[in-house]
Ligand binder design. Structure first.
Ligand SMILES: CCCCCCCC(=O)SCCNC(=O)CCNC(=O)[C@H](O)C(C)(C)COP(=O)(O)OP(=O)(O)OC[C@H]1O[C@@H](n2cnc3c(N)ncnc32)[C@H](O)[C@@H]1OP(=O)(O)O
Length: 219
């Protein structure tokens, strides 16, 4: 399967690149929030566009031919830096940082103006996006990875923008299927719950699954 790339990078260099990736993505994330909330006039918009276009041109000087993919060091450390939910290089990603315990995985993240659906509330699709990754990564961390086959989300009550917490745990494993459940809470109240079926696809049931199972987390 293309897109899975073995690319060994020395740990010190990797930490440096990771920091660089996070810093620029953080700046662009700020820019997105500023763009959503700006009230400045036409002249300031024109000036901001000029600067943004200049910055884009600098970044375009040296580009990957396509998406970032998923890259591994030989020790299994994995980089999903383009990922839409947790990608370190990706300003679209909230980004969520996942924590894995023996029993469950969790994340806490601030969702600002860029994630709005109904007025002042988190977009339901954004919650589904976060749940998809959180539940999928939980399955992966427990050594039973898979692609999302089905994700059911029940929105119990509205989720105001701000700091949310997500939690997930593997419920059971049935052959190549891993069933994971999870919740989103805001101020201690469960606002959404989900159940996902993660399936190890046919193409990954041999060699690739060994690579996936050996991966030890985000670098
Ligand atoms: C790495 C961790 C990060 C994860 C978070 C990110 C998640 C993602 O965004 S993944 C991207 C979104 N998902 C996709 O693109 C998946 C697209 N679908 C597919 O690739 C395939 O249909 C796939 C992998 C789900 C199943 O296909 P395939 O490998 O052929 O499965 P197959 O052998 O037919 O079926 C295996 C079992 O799963 C069941 N099954 C198949 N499809 C589904 C489904 N969509 N939902 C539920 N069960 C299913 C079958 O009934 C069968 O069950 P049983 O073993 O009990 O008979």
């Amino acid at each position: 399967m293309s897109g899975y790339i073995q690319e060994d990078i020395d740990p010190e260099e990797l930490a440096h690149r990771s920091e660089l990736a996070s810093s620029i993505a953080g700046s662009v994330r700020e820019l997105i929030d500023a763009t959503v909330r700006t009230e400045v006039g036409e002249a300031d918009i024109a000036e901001a566009r000029r600067l943004i276009e200049a910055a884009t041109e600098i970044l375009r000087k040296d580009q990957l031919p396509g998406a970032y993919g998923i890259r591994f060091n030989t020790d299994g450390t994995k980089r999903s830096w383009g990922n839409a939910v947790l990608g370190r290089r990706n300003p679209i990603a909230p980004p969520i940082e996942l924590h894995h315990g023996a029993e469950f995985s969790w994340t806490e993240v601030d969702l600002g103006a860029a994630y709005e659906g109904p007025a002042g509330l988190v977009h339901g699709g954004v919650l589904a996006l976060i749940l998809d990754q959180l539940l999928g990564s939980t399955a992966e961390f427990q050594g039973v990875p898979g692609m999302t086959g089905t994700l059911n989300v029940r929105y119990r009550s509205a989720t105001p923008l701000g700091r949310i917490r997500g939690e997930a745990r593997v419920d059971r494993v049935e052959g190549v299927k891993t069933i994971v459940t999870g919740t989103i809470t805001r101020d201690g109240k469960v606002t959404a719950e989900a159940e996902g079926i993660f399936i190890l696809p046919k193409w990954a049931r041999g060699e690739v699954s060994d690579v996936l199972r050996k991966s030890v987390g985000e670098g």
